[in-house]
Design a protein around this ligand. Structure first.
Ligand code: HEC
Length: 297
């Protein structure tokens, strides 16, 4: 009898274990994607889903999930879709039982991409994007990275700010791009605002002269000095047309160095110097001759 009782307790206890629900803190459940879900995030998410989730969760909407206990819910199911975005994010980080944790295998951006893909199977879903972090960044902690996107032909700036040691995108900040010239900065494209990912894309002219290998020194500046102070960044990108621009000194031979002056000029100069010193030497010799002649008397 006692034995059965212990068995019963064990059975009840294990039932209790498997019935236990996921634990998602309210703050985590309220978390929102830092970027808007679009076709391109859904596409990127699909690639991640197929590689990491499909083996258990099957194709969304097809209910061809793997038979595990508990059963991995179909991504399109009411059970899955009842989660807030933040709860999905949290569960992907936590893992539970057969469901692995993706904390160390997928970046936060990739997690949001997968979520964006899964949301594509819920026609009722309306996304709430995280409130842009504009104004919360200051000059000291905004970092700007410049990059040349070859396929789009655009120059991209990525704005991030460190918040509790985590790089956060700086969204909605106005940014200007310049090319450094001999005198001052040449504005390129118009001022643009960073998107939810902190990215700004500038159209770049195809015919801007660069140095001999096409390098152009670029400067990006945040225009809102009240919020960000004088945040700016410089980078040397090979985005210009290679140009052999003559140095300023080349245009005026008088400023030039030895190899730039014509042979006749060097020759005439040397001749003039020699003539001058020769004349001085002649005068000195003549004076000496006069002294000698005087002392003989
Ligand atoms: C090895 C199999 C396996 C893989 C791979 C897997 N899961 Fe799961 N998943 C499960 C199982 C099993 C559960 C049910 C766990 C439970 O409820 O205790 C689950 C549950 C979940 C839940 C919680 C659903 C709920 O009840 O609220 C989410 C969200 C989820 N999976 C998403 C994903 C995503 C996204 C991926 C890929 C990045 C993934 N899973 C990869 C097996 C897997």
């Amino acid at each position: 009898m006692k034995r059965y009782f212990i068995l019963l307790i064990i059975v009840l206890f294990s039932m209790q274990l498997s019935a236990q629900e996921w634990v998602v803190a309210p703050a985590e459940a309220a978390l929102k994607s830092p970027f808007a879900f679009t076709d391109s995030t859904r596409k990127a998410g699909e690639v991640i889903y197929v590689a990491n989730c499909k083996s258990c969760h099957g194709d969304p909407g097809k209910n061809n999930v793997i038979q595990l206990v508990p059963i991995p819910p179909d991504a399109a199911s009411v059970k899955m879709q009842a989660n807030t975005d933040g709860a999905l994010h949290s569960k992907l980080i936590q893992g539970r039982g057969a469901m692995p944790s993706f904390k160390n295998t997928l970046s936060s951006t990739d997690l949001w991409r997968v979520i964006s893909f899964m949301r594509g199977f819920n026609p009722k879903y309306v996304q709430e994007v995280a409130v842009p972090t504009i104004g919360s960044a200051s000059a000291q902690n905004v970092s700007i990275k410049l990059n040349w996107n070859k396929t789009s032909g655009q120059v991209e700036a990525l704005l991030t700010s460190l918040k509790e040691n985590i790089a956060q995108p700086v969204a909605g900040a106005e940014v200007k791009l310049f090319a450094k010239r001999f005198f001052g900065n040449l504005p390129i494209d118009e001022a643009r605002k960073s998107d939810a990912l902190g990215k700004v894309s500038f159209n770049f002219p195809k015919d801007l002269p660069g140095d001999s290998i096409g390098n152009v020194q670029l400067v990006v500046k945040l225009t809102d000095e009240v919020a960000f102070g004088e945040a700016s960044a410089e980078a040397n990108l090979t985005v210009g047309v290679p140009t052999n621009r003559p140095a300023l000194t080349d245009q005026r031979s008088m400023w030039g160095v030895l190899e730039k002056s014509p042979v006749w000029l060097i020759f005439a100069y040397v001749l003039a110097v020699l003539t001058a010193w020769g004349f001085i030497a002649y005068v000195v010799l003549q004076i000496r001759a006069i002294y000698r002649a005087g002392s003989k008397e």
